[in-house]
Design a protein around this ligand. Structure first.
Ligand code: HDD
Length: 728
């Protein structure tokens, strides 16, 4: 146990340690480097055709005469155009928009008592992974911050073959049987007659389907919650959703649910921010992940298991095979067994992120499938969809999909076959008796010999028919703020529905969850408020683990704090405050009147004297953003610094006022230093009670103020209060 604690603590908070592990050195990276990467734009490289012939001229096609027609003989033109015309492969039918990253997985403690999977038993391994996060509804070019489930797919390149854990950031799903997936997806995608709306479920078809599918009620509560507007891919949980099985060396089977928990905590945007960000920076999540990895802030997740012995399979009031239910952590605690770190961005979006092909049926010895009818159906669909995306079965030969372990078989040929199989035989048995089947001891995957018999019937287990207990559990386990957000989201979504019978049917469904919830939404929609039916009686059970706010992670690591400054700022003040906030792990970015130089008071004075051009000196600051183009929505908190006069006379006064007001409205911490306090009192719509004119540091309602910055003012206490305000 002490060993485990030591290992965990040595791995804990080890961004610095992670960065010392040399990103790009895993077995998968070495393979990609050797086999397929090219650096095309190095000195001395010439443009050539794909057949290797160098080209002398790429700006004009080959013509018969100066003004004549283009000639068929122009093979360079034809290759150029053909490649371009064929650049796209079909976008994923769901999860089309995504972002990927490389990394590795490490295990804290061997799980050999429950599984024989090497990735979960060998603590000396650092298993390479490729992760793709995604939205579900929108197409490849849609915005990141829409209200939607997020995909969380992990490909582990293990020594025993690839294991794909294809999960979401929500632990349950809309439907219980995979056969309904095409109907679900048709209903939530843009409507078929006009392809509207993009990146939203706020339309008739989705809510029509949902209102007729009571099994979706639990999932609806999750998608209306803040889980569907995450602050960052780095700050969301992941779940395997379906129940899988683990099998150990003794051949014993256990049921398992897989969990990912971000070390940065689980955080969300507010709805108004999400809406604005979708226009201001449609790549908000993509950029956030990319920049974090580029700057060495490698995101990390702990990996956990909820394990259920075979004998306990039927001991719950829900069916373990029903993916519209969670196993409450209060019943079966999550055992945290390992950690994943993402430490390298892809070299090429198409080659890696677009071409990565996840399939739920990619499992390794020691991990297998339960009879969850969703999982069973998924096992068919993912392989089938890759056949469509890649025009055949050779997608596993694409570099990002290739396993890192050696493997042999008699599978052959097909479109775009890469492997050159040597030898005279391509069948088994053959006169060499190689390659041959392995035994379990030799590492073969052996399907768990589960006894199965039954009538051929189209039905589901009896416990699958209960749809409301866990919807209630979720709703009642939320804090009042989270409940209000669910009400607001339901009102927005249903408010976009034109057909009133859908709204009415949905309110009837919500009534079975909670009367006050249904009433509040009905009120907002202008519908007749229904009578309490008594159907919403609840057993009072709660699961605090479902709330994002009950036990938030107390860290502001990698959070983005904007320092809004105008010319004439006090350099020493800005630098020392910035240093103190950075020391708490946050990133500080300067938003100035323009990008580049912001002139400090000293610089203004000296330029007056010498009338020379102002340059950013070593100690000066340069704005990362201009207040004209950056919005408060891009940051987690803001600090406004400047004399009242400088702020009032700034050409961007209006933008600055909006910056402050908007940050406050989105419940972000707002720091006001010196003249900025009086400026805010005069022009901003923050309650005066939060704008203390005291010369000491005050904090009220997330607004941190110090009206008079003197020698005696401790930057650290202002910074400390600001950090606390960001946390809360
Ligand atoms: Fe799925 C993609 C997650 C149900 C069929 N799914 C896809 C991706 C994720 C999930 C994360 C994107 C993978 C990537 O980044 O390339 N899907 C889930 C979860 C489900 C689920 C957590 C509920 C338990 N999916 C589900 C069902 C079916 C599919 C029931 C069909 C029977 N999913 C697909 C697919 C996709 C896909 C059509 C589209 C692109 C792809 O597979 O590669 O096969």
């Amino acid at each position: 146990m002490t060993d485990l604690v030591n290992k965990m603590s040595s791995m804990k908070d080890n961004m610095a340690e992670a960065s010392a592990t040399k990103p790009g050195s895993s077995k998968k990276d070495q393979f990609l480097e050797k086999a397929y990467r090219t650096q095309d734009n190095e000195p001395g490289h010439f443009i050539a055709t794909p057949t290797g012939v160098k080209i002398d001229h790429t700006d004009d096609s080959l013509k018969a005469g100066e003004r004549g027609p283009t000639l068929m003989e122009d093979f360079h033109f034809r290759y150029t155009m053909t490649q371009f015309d064929h650049e796209r492969i079909p976008e994923r039918v769901v999860h089309a928009r995504g972002s990927g990253a490389h990394g590795y997985f490490e295990l804290f403690e061997s799980q050999s008592d429950i599984t024989k999977a090497g990735v979960l038993t060998d603590t000396s391994r650092k298993t390479p992974v490729f992760v793709r996060f995604s939205t579900v509804q929108g197409s490849r070019g849609s915005a990141d911050t829409v209200r939607d489930v997020r995909g969380f797919a992990v490909k582990f390149y293990t020594e025993e073959g690839n294991w794909d854990l294809v999960g979401n950031n929500i632990p349950v799903f809309f439907i219980q049987d995979a056969i309904k997936f095409p109907d679900l997806v048709h209903s939530l995608k843009p409507e078929p007659h006009n392809e509207i709306p993009q990146g939203q479920t706020a339309h008739d078809n989705f809510w029509d389907f949902a209102s007729l599918m009571p099994e979706s009620t639990h999932m609806l509560m999750w998608i209306l919650s803040d889980r569907t507007i995450p602050r960052s891919y780095r700050m969301m949980q992941g779940f395997g959703v379906n129940t899988y099985i683990l099998v150990n060396e003794k051949g014993e089977r256990r049921f398992v649910k897989f969990h990912w928990k971000p070390l940065l905590g689980t955080h969300s945007l507010v709805w108004d921010e999400s809406l604005k960000l979708a226009g201001q920076d449609p790549d908000f999540h993509r950029r956030d992940l990319w920049e974090a990895i580029e700057s060495g802030n490698y995101p990390q997740w702990d990996f956990g298991l909820q394990v259920i012995d075979e004998k306990d399979e039927d001991s719950f009031d829900f069916d373990l095979l029903d993916c519209t239910k969670v196993i409450p952590e209060e019943l079966v605690p999550v055992k945290w067994i390992g950690r994943m770190t993402l430490d390298r961005n892809p070299d090429n979006f198409f080659a890696e992120t677009e071409q990565v092909a996840y399939c739920t049926q990619h499992v390794v010895p020691g991990i297998g499938f339960s009879n969850d009818p969703m999982l069973q159906g998924r096992n068919f669909s993912y392989l089938d969809t890759q056949l469509n995306r890649f025009n055949g079965p050779n997608f596993n030969e694409v570099p990002i999909n290739q396993p890192v372990c050696p493997f042999f078989n008699n599978l052959r040929d097909g479109f775009n076959r890469q492997r050159i199989n040597k030898g005279k035989t391509n069948y088994y048995p053959n006169r060499h008796m190689n390659p041959k089947p392995a035994t379990a001891e030799e590492g073969a995957f052996v399907h768990f010999p589960e006894k199965t018999e039954g009538m051929k019937i189209r039905t589901r287990g009896s416990k699958f028919r209960e749809h409301y207990n866990q919807a209630k559990l979720f709703y009642y386990s939320m804090t009042p703020v989270e409940q209000q957000h669910i009400i607001d989201a339901a009102s927005f979504e249903l408010g976009r529905v034109d057909d009133q019978q859908i709204q009415v049917r949905m309110i009837e469904g919500f009534l079975k969850v909670d009367y006050t919830f249904a009433k509040a939404v009905a009120d907002n929609l202008g519908l007749e408020v229904p009578q309490a039916s008594g159907n919403d009686a609840y057993n009072g059970k709660l699961s605090p683990a479902l709330s994002q706010l009950v036990a938030p992670v107390q860290s502001i690591a990698t959070r983005k704090i904007a320092f809004v400054v105008v010319d004439g700022y006090d350099k020493a003040q800005v630098l020392s405050l910035r240093g103190a906030i950075k020391a708490a792990g946050a990133m500080t970015l300067i938003v100035g009147p323009r990008r580049g130089v912001v002139k400090s008071q000293d610089q203004l004075n000296s330029s007056k004297e010498s009338s020379s051009t102002v340059k950013v000196d070593e100690e000066g600051i340069s704005a990362d953003f201009s207040v004209l183009t950056a919005r408060s929505t891009l940051f987690d908190a803001i600090v406004l610094i400047g004399t009242q006069q400088a702020l009032e006379q700034s050409g961007q006064r209006g933008q600055i006022i909006h910056f402050v007001n908007e940050a406050y409205k989105h419940c972000k911490a707002v720091g006001l230093v010196g003249g900025a306090v009086e400026f805010a009192r005069k022009y901003c719509s923050i309650p005066q009670t939060a704008l203390s004119t005291d010369n000491t540091v005050c904090c009220e309602d997330g607004v941190v103020t110090v009206a008079q910055w003197t020698e005696a003012t401790e930057e650290s206490s202002f910074a400390k209060q600001t950090v606390e305000a960001v946390k809360s």
